[in-house]
Design a protein around this ligand. Structure first.
Ligand SMILES: [Zn+2]
Length: 332
């Protein structure tokens, strides 16, 4: 991939494949937006710095993409206003506090609208995600022990490389585990390490005043991201429907406005199936996004819209390559 990719991007040759295969637009997926860490951090690829967020947005604007909230992006897809113009929809998942404190000023500076999908269990302080417990436990300790299955896993976590290795190992286990098992292991870890779960939720996630402040900014629309951040495809259908509809109803009650857009938690291939997609459509959501992919085409299923994931591991070149919609050709 390396040489072709460098040649293509370095010479501006990404523009030709993009012209041919770039589709109707792109949806960017962000999570947290935080300054670069001073100490160790295991962010599971879920954060960008405000500088990188600004750079990504400047790139898409410079390339002529029209920034739109999801509502208007769906209208654009149904009736493209002008041949050759493309939209970019900027989205943030989960409901991190920094979306208001750090990302919103960048959006305001550049006049870019966005859609923030919130997991209502995080906003209601009912549910703390395992990846934050894991990060806090490893950051604060030289050794961690996590209950797993019938036994437990003990790992040395002294120094950055050991912390990285432990984080990678345990997060691989937890992301692949059934949600109930991952939650049980994470709660056990939190108790062993003396983690203040409510304090962590307050530090990391928006409260309802914060969600209202984002919605009142005039630049941000709020979408649903389920109640407990669970892989919907692993649930009985009634449970999946309750997760999607429950988060929508909770947001609608707190904001007193309709919620019409959904992001499937995790958004990976194990998170959704045909029945999940049908359920999102039948619940009346105007769109639903997944967590991977490249460009959006006019024919793309509105309830399985791909997104370009951008986290701590990606660069401007990655975005350029993915915007071409020619990832297979370029081998990325
Ligand atoms: Zn999420």
């Amino acid at each position: 991939m390396g040489l072709l990719r460098s040649v293509a991007i370095g010479t501006g040759c990404d523009r030709l494949p993009r012209a041919l295969m770039g589709g109707a637009g792109i949806i960017l997926m962000f999570h947290g937006v935080r300054p670069a860490p001073e100490g160790w951090r295991g962010d599971y690829g879920l954060t960008v710095t405000p500088e990188m967020l600004r750079a990504y947005l400047r790139l898409v604007i410079a390339e002529g993409y029209q920034p739109l909230p999801m509502s208007e992006a769906m209208t654009w897809l149904d009736r493209p206003p002008r041949r050759g113009r493309r939209f970019v929809a900027v989205t943030f998942d989960d409901g991190y506090r920094d979306n208001h404190d750090v990302a919103l000023p960048v959006l305001q500076e550049l006049g870019v609208p966005a859609t923030v999908y919130v997991t209502t269990g995080f906003i209601d302080r009912m549910h703390l995600p395992w990846w934050l417990i894991l990060e806090a436990a490893i950051a604060a300790n030289d050794e961690v022990t996590m209950a797993w299955g019938e036994g437990e896993i003990r790992l040395a976590t002294k120094g950055g490389p050991a912390k990285d290795a432990a984080y990678a190992k345990l997060s691989r286990l937890l992301v692949a585990a059934p949600a109930a098992d991952a939650d049980r292991a994470a709660i056990d870890l939190a108790h062993r390490c003396g983690i203040d779960e409510v304090g962590m939720l307050d530090r990391h996630f928006l409260d309802w005043d914060g969600v209202r402040a984002l919605a009142a900014s005039g630049l941000v629309e709020i979408g649903a991201h389920c109640v407990t951040h669970i892989r919907l495809a692993g649930l009985p259908m009634a449970g999946a429907v309750a997760e999607m509809d429950g988060s929508r109803r909770r947001i609608e009650a707190m904001l007193e406005k309709p919620v019409t857009h959904l992001a499937y938690p995790y958004g990976d291939q194990a998170a959704i199936n045909g029945a999940t997609i049908d359920a999102a459509r039948n619940l009346g959501f105007a769109s639903a996004v997944i967590g991977y992919g490249r460009v959006v085409r006019r024919t793309t299923n509105r309830h399985a819209l791909p997104r370009i994931a951008l986290g701590s591991a990606e660069t401007l070149t990655d975005l350029r390559v993915r915007m071409t919609g020619a990832g297979d050709l370029l081998g990325s």
